[in-house]
Ligand binder design. Structure first.
Ligand code: GDP
Ligand code: MG
Ligand code: K
Length: 298
């Protein structure tokens, strides 16, 4: 019954740096896993934040590529971002009402003109402005693009965010629950964390351990004290490799954990508790399911 009308879809968040994209994701999803880094450009991948209720599931994509840059990589990222914008049900264009309209906003609006996807203008940080200032800002933006909706919010204190989600729901088609209700992010950070662990191992063991080792993040969640708990399994093909990675009295694995934790902490901008396990899995490279579990289908 309820299932028949379940709605779901992908929604992209765009906006120049510091307009509050991460803050909005965190406000909606309720935990600080979405994008915890304050450094721009640390998130090259699309970050998925997943918002799930009994009626709908919204999968949010962050599109860090959509701002002005000169490099080839920048072009590529912009292209990737534009493709993302075409594939989603709606685009949330975040603007900072306390800063006024800028060149960064103009650039993004120009990009959005090539995209047929409905664009919801989200006027953020209304807690920083006088109520009378809002109407002129709405008028100014309305002249630049035919927005599907305009929703003023404060991502920081949550004001009007529920209404924003209701507006988003209007653009979602009937669809399945893509992710389990308790899953709040998709792979990207997990993938990066796994790669960091792998990098440390390869670096520290040199040729003794083949590149065929794989690292799988089994668990990643924010604990009540704010520490991000990560449990990772290192898969090797032989017992001898397991011994090398663990090292004398666990010394090597300990060092791997120490260095990886430092990098992950820098990446996420949050305290990390990293637990590492080593497992022997013969021929894992040939097993499709294992490969899938390890994220290689992407
Ligand atoms: P992003 O670069 O678009 O992801 O922006 P962030 O979410 O990192 O936010 C940039 C800064 O703006 C942070 O210091 C946030 O606390 C602040 N911020 C975000 N939303 C609001 C808001 O609604 N009101 C206020 N006052 N500050 C906000
Ligand atoms: Mg951000
Ligand atoms: K930021």
């Amino acid at each position: 019954m309820a299932k028949a009308s379940y709605k779901s879809g992908f929604v992209a968040i765009v906006g120049r740096p510091n307009v509050g994209k991460s803050t909005l994701m965190n406000q909606v999803i309720g935990q600080k896993i979405a994008i915890m880094s304050d450094k721009p450009q640390t998130t090259r991948n699309k970050i998925h934040g997943v918002y799930t209720t009994d009626q709908m599931q919204i999968v949010f994509l962050d599109t860090p590529g959509i701002h002005k840059r000169q490099s080839k990589l920048g072009d590529f990222m912009n292209q990737t971002a534009l493709n993302t914008l075409r594939e989603v049900e709606a685009v949330l264009f975040l603007a900072d009402t306390s800063e006024g309209f800028g060149g960064g906003d103009r650039f993004i609006i120009e990009q959005l003109k090539d995209v047929k996807t409905p664009v919801i203008l989200v006027l953020n940080k209304i807690d920083k402005i006088e109520p009378e200032a809002l109407l002129p800002i709405i008028e100014q933006y309305s002249k630049l693009h035919d927005f599907a909706e305009i929703v003023p919010i404060s991502a920081l204190n949550g004001n009007n965010v529920t209404r924003l989600l209701e507006q988003v729901e209007k653009y979602l088609p009937e669809g399945p629950q893509y992710y389990p209700a308790d899953q709040i992010t998709d792979h990207p950070e997990q993938f990066v964390c796994a790669e960091l662990v792998r990098e440390k191992i390869l670096h520290m063991t040199r040729e003794e351990v083949p590149h065929s080792i794989a690292v799988s993040i089994e668990d990643m969640r924010v604990q009540e004290n704010g520490v991000v708990y990560i449990s990772a399994v290192i898969f090797v093909e032989r017992d001898s490799q397991k011994g090398i990675i663990i090292g004398k009295q666990g010394a090597l694995l300990k060092e791997v954990g120490k260095q990886a934790r430092q990098d992950i902490q820098n990446l996420l901008g949050s305290k990390i508790f990293l637990e590492l396990w080593v497992k022997v899995k013969k021929d894992w490279r040939n097993q499709d399911r294992v490969l899938r579990d390890l994220g290689f289908h992407r």
